[in-house]
Design a protein around this ligand. Sequence first.
Ligand code: ADP
Ligand code: MG
Ligand code: MG
Ligand code: MG
Ligand code: MG
Length: 645
Amino acid sequence: MGLLTEGTPLSWEETKKYADHVRRHGIRQFIALHDGLKDRKNDGLKWGEEIEYILVHFDDANRRARVALRAVDILPKLMQAEKEAAMNGDEHPSLPSLWRPEYAAYMVEGTPGQPYGSEPSDWSEVEANMRARRKEVQALLPEGEAVLSISAFPRTGCSDFTFPPSVPTPKDGISRSLWFPDAAIFPDHPRFSTLNRNAVQRSGQRALINLPLFKDERTPSPFHEDFSALGDEGEAKAAAKDDHIYMDAMGFGTGCCCLQVTFQASDLEEARLLYDELLVLCPLMLSLTSAAPIFRGMLSDHDCRWEVISCASDDRTAEEKGLQPLKNDRYRIPKSRYDSVDCYISPLSEQYNDTELLVDEDLLKVMLDAGIDRQLARHVAHLFIRDPLSLFAEQVNQDDEHGTDHFENLQSTNWQTMRFKPPPPNSSIGWRVEFRPMETQLTDFENAAFSVFIVLLTRVILTYKLNLLIPLSKVDENMQQAMKRDSAKEGRFYFRKDILTGPTTRPFYEKWFGLGKHEYTKMSLNDIFNGVENEFPGLIPLVEDYLKDLHLDVHTSCTLHRYLRFISLKASGELQTTASWMRDFVRSHPDYKQDSVVSEEINYDLMKTCQKIGNEEIQEPKLSTQHEVMRKNSKGEGVKQIFCL
Ligand code: ADP
Ligand code: MG
Ligand code: MG
Ligand code: MG
Ligand code: MG
């Protein structure tokens, strides 16, 4: 998203009144955009990543770490050069990085200044750019504060978790949370507080999140909390489940960080194909990158932020959730607007859409009548079952032939694992897809490795004409699997057995065909990524084959192979996921009482360690050593191997 549109947000009642207006005009805008750009061809590969960061304040004397509500001070500085260029009419200045506010007052989001191109030699710049971005933020922070690429702050919602201190306001304000203060929402842009306020007002209640608690030796059983002292008037008591970490604010989810990657496809068809193929990989990459095992100061039994943010952003009413008979609302809606993808969109994938898709039938007809094909029209008609969650007064009336704000309004508040991004009007940008499930890793090396790996997979998918498709219901099952504790190591995921359908590669890989009549089976991430001899080629060996044909220079080749080795070791379990490492860190901390609680002191030590790892002051060999790993040799003996050239 560009510089965020600013304006005067309407109240929820007014926004609601305009819901049909926004949807009708949004569809007209999509049709105009599609008509004008559907034949756009031959765009080259461009891509870029987004990293969200958390700002942390350290109180070394008292061994406390808190989130620093500092974004509002540093963002104007981070964005200054871009704003100045825009005032001089330069919308695409050549800057090393671009910065955006995010939901929380303790977050910032950074991207490279320009997208990367199609040359792998450019891609070895990614890590350096990430490193420079980290330094850029760090340089603006006062002594004692740090920028961390953690996915979730472990003690969000615990008493006094912000600096400067702030208090929650359960009886009024935006979140009405028992724990998450409105002061922790980014104050200088109305988007975030408006989305939050309207989600609460629309659904008629606070956010409702119950995350399974990790039950340790001395965790009370059942684990049951009393919220009355916090000002609960019954809502929390009724909503909270025993043996769960109950949370009640959007900020518990939207205050978490992710790593996203956006690609430009050569044309509309390629974008649709990539969207479908990549969406199968979303649960797998969520599992491999899982990095959020602690919420509200407690160890969770899951490893990811995903389900927290999904529940946190759920604006469905009781009727829509199926808890009350439908009276005022239009549909029963099975999922939150922040959730996994609900349909494949390429014409080739139709047979794999095996889940029921809720669509706005009237808008679907408008699109079909305008000549948009069924698969794509259904995708958009599904996004448009939602209400707009915010509307600015200045935006209400638009020229549908040229504007896209109403379309973007609904598009940008459907937060799914993938996003299909049409070209902005009057721009040089083509059809794009965004890969959105990954959690941020502690180091720039790791974040670069995961981003570049996804780009490489897109090349392999297109070049070798891979077919990764499985029924969508199985992708959803994989998503549930991915969130579970240690899924990267222990989990089994549905995956397609015969993925090499391309005419060019088929003879070469002939030995892997004929695996039986079922198209898919359950595999470990190790099998999927590293392959199984004579049975399954593995995604990483396929990428390696692809790289062999490129005749890369030594530097690029080393960089890309380092990334592949890293991912290979993550998939094999020889390297831990960030979540699993954090869980071990807590459980082996001398202050830990085996009661699931992540105390101030443990959190301080964890955050300090994350800071040092992120700054490359120390290496954590269990997570991402670039130097030495223990591997088993053919005799099963442990040998040290150095794998960075
Ligand atoms: P959003 O928040 O809507 O996903 P951002 O603007 O924050 O979008 O991030 C978009 C990403 O896409 C950035 O990494 C940017 O470098 C990259 N990008 C920009 N232009 C293109 C393009 N033409 N093709 C692909 N990616 C692009
Ligand atoms: Mg962004
Ligand atoms: Mg965004
Ligand atoms: Mg973001
Ligand atoms: Mg994004």
